[in-house]
Ligand binder design. Sequence first.
Ligand SMILES: [Zn+2]
Ligand SMILES: [Zn+2]
Length: 364
Amino acid sequence: MKALVYHGPGQRSWDEVPDPVIEEPTDIVVRIETSTLCGSDLHILKGDVPETTPGTILGHEAVGTVTEKGAAVSTLEIGDRVLVSCITSCGRCRFCKEARYGLCTGGGGWIFGHLIDGLQAEQARVPFADTSVYKVPQGLTDEQVLFLADILPTAFEVGVLNGGVQPGDTVAVVGAGPVGLAVIMTARLFTPGRIIAIDLADTRLEKAREFGADVTVNNGTEDAVERVMELTDGLGADVVVEAVGLPATFELCTELVRPGGRIANVGVHGHPATLHLEKLWARGLTITTGLVDAFTTPQLLKLVAEGRLDATPFVTHRFPLDETMAAYDTFADAATTHALKVVLEAQPLAMPSDEAAQSEIAIA
Ligand SMILES: [Zn+2]
Ligand SMILES: [Zn+2]
């Protein structure tokens, strides 16, 4: 099969690689129909993620069809259409039993395209299948559910739920990239009073408005702290979500939050940030960090199925799966291309529909 292989910092190629096979009785093999790229794939390519070794297939978000299953897999059948999440759960360790799947110590957690071969490929081996994939509800398209593999649960759990967003709250979101936009989208489930999006790029702030931000602040040309204080009677935002991953943006969050408020960090940080305890020690703040656990994926799937949540506006570009290299160029140059999520689409299989047509004729 073909797959997007990481060959060390700055190096990737679309290679012929061996087909995945069942290695453990709890594995399935999935034919990937739709996949996508993530900011963390770019982090890996920058060399920021040393545990990802050269030769690893990248990608951790996909929708596909089960083509093989191990002897111990009991809840999935060949032919099932499944959402493969960025988080795998062994289902047995202490953290999986607490629904903290992102912290799994039994071989799960974020493993695809990180510690094992990932999902930007024609096929993938999926470990712990029974406890890790989600059957796609009938009638939903791949693009309706694909972003529930990562950015939607990440934004919802690590941003909105960790931030404790309540009805009426002022929520400030620092960073209006795909994850920041997903925070804006899922924060609205709690009817906040006002969502303020802060970014350096006017094009991203325009998107933030489309996704539901009420106020946008370009902190390259305006003083974000001053604007937020004006809007909140000098108190600050109830909840501030960091969705960038830089020391300066984290430190900005601590200036934007009201006394007794909450800062939820979602950004992936590569450098230390300063926590100004000399100013913050008495302010009664809560600061949370975390990786997604994906425990809300079933809930988000219901919201999509019931038409309460539409993740399809994240799609800005589509590429055939075998043009994944070009998709990376577009995604990595988001400043010019304005890419949010770039969808990779496999060629439809001719065989099954022919068979289906034949069986229809047979039934008729
Ligand atoms: Zn990701
Ligand atoms: Zn586990």
